[in-house]
Design a protein around this ligand. Structure first.
Ligand code: IMP
Length: 422
């Protein structure tokens, strides 16, 4: 079976930490969608690491790490990630396997991303500008360059044809962009050389054989359900299916092979980039969450927007993904608030509704909150479930009752050790 770990909000829920915590129970950790737009942060032994494309099981001796077919890989960022891990004595050739069917982000994909965002002006998505959208466009447009192509003699011709197409598109967009293609290509080809020294696999075959051999697999989602290309707050979304079904197409495993679905969420809500966010706060409470929670993007460094927990959105994500267990992150950040609010109803065009409607733009949605009493205790030193303050237990019980799924792990700080099994 393949277990899934998925973000239920707009990303940045803390997936990297939890994959790292859960890895000891799995033989294989696999990424199935997204690419270097992700930033999965792991903190242990006083060190902090941010991974973008490499699965978060890379620091464990036993686990194999696989980049699945649904992922888009930027060779330059990938090489940087590997270079940054040089102190760890990791044998990447045997511990990090890459699907031949994963698509490659070209330097010109990144330029197209920048041009597209510039053209959108005020309506921009707030993309991480890593070339994600243009690369998935080339994938579905059937023009993309794949990892397996690097094993062909004529891959450079394929590359050149695609890059030329992109340059023509950039001419057409006619946006002021400064770039030095020669430099970008030098860096790209150097990184491709490193990529070619790694192991490429037919990953769908690999996963299915691994399951027959009784291996345990954890699929590590990137971004969050509300950024899903189909079910997120379109068009302010990323270009892949971040939800459970994306793991089937992004790895090549059948739906009936999916086991546990761990849904991870923050005790409040954050969002980076543009787009609707009904429970967003612009007051001192929001500022306190941002400050205490250190809410800055792991990939772009941008400040994250903060707000109360939205149970309507959470329930929607639980439903779409078939979540079987919840993991609540950053409960410690809410210590000290007298009153906590959770959104339990939307007023949509004046009528009370209890689901996420087609359009959650500000002009249509008014948020109705339920108030709960906060807790004062510092949670960061707690290690056992029976040590949690009563008001936090009430907060947890309220969420569980609303969405109908139990919270099995509560995280009370960024370190591996600050994890409470309920
Ligand atoms: P893109 O995927 O880089 O094109 O970005 C599209 C939207 O998704 C933007 O609002 C980004 O801020 C957001 N986004 C992409 N990746 C992440 C992530 O890993 N965490 C949080 N937000 C993300």
């Amino acid at each position: 079976m393949v277990d899934l770990l998925l973000g239920l909000q707009w990303g940045d829920e803390g997936k990297g930490k939890i994959v790292d915590v859960l890895t000891k129970d799995y033989d294989i950790i696999a990424r199935f969608q997204g690419g270097p737009n992700a930033g999965h942060t792991l903190i242990f032994d006083g060190n902090k690491h941010v991974l973008h494309t490499i699965p978060s099981g890379i620091f464990h001796d036993k686990a194999l790490n696989i980049v699945g077919n649904g992922v888009v890989i930027d060779p330059v960022i990938f090489k940087n990630e590997i270079d940054n891990l040089s102190n760890y004595n990791i044998d990447f050739k045997t511990k990090l396997l890459i699907s031949r069917k994963a698509h490659i982000i070209l330097p010109t994909h990144r330029l197209l991303d920048a041009a597209s965002e510039t053209l959108k002006g005020k309506a921009k998505i707030g993309s991480t500008l890593k070339g994600i959208g243009p690369t998935y466009m080339d994938k579905t447009g059937r023009n993309g360059l794949r990892i397996g192509d690097l094993e062909l003699d004529n891959w450079k011709e394929k590359y050149s044809a695609l890059a030329k197409k992109h340059l023509n598109m950039l001419d057409f967009y006619n946006v002021d962009l400064e770039f030095n293609l020669k430099e970008l290509e030098e860096e790209f080809f150097k990184a491709i050389d490193l990529l070619k020294s790694l192991t490429f696999i037919d990953s769908e075959e690999y996963f299915n054989q691994a399951m027959l051999d009784g291996k345990t697999i954890l699929a590590e989602g990137a971004q969050g359900s509300l950024l899903d290309i189909d079910f997120g707050t379109y068009p302010f979304v990323t270009s892949s299916n971040t939800t459970a079904a994306g793991a089937c197409t992004g790895l090549g495993v059948a739906p009936n092979k999916i086991g546990e679905v761990y849904g991870i969420f923050k005790a409040y809500t954050t969002r980076v980039g543009s787009g609707p966010f009904p429970t967003e706060l612009f007051d001192e409470d929001g500022k306190a969450m941002a400050k205490v929670g250190n809410e800055f993007g792991a990939t772009t460094g941008r400040p994250r927007r903060c707000g109360w927990l939205d149970l309507i959105a959470l329930k929607y994500a639980v439903q779409i993904n078939g979540v079987t267990q919840l993991i609540m992150m950053k409960g410690d950040v809410l210590s000290g608030f007298d009153t906590l609010k959770v959104c339990t109803t939307y007023k949509y065009k004046g009528k009370e509704i209890s689901h996420l409607p087609y359009n959650i733009e500000e002009e249509n949605i008014e948020v109705v909150y339920t108030k709960l009493t906060g807790w004062k205790e510092d949670l960061t030193g707690l290690t056992k479930a029976n040590e949690l303050p009563k008001n936090l237990n009430d907060y947890i019980a309220h969420i569980e009752e609303f969405v109908g799924v139990p919270i099995k792990i509560v995280s009370v700080g960024p370190d591996r050790k600050q994890t409470i099994i309920m």
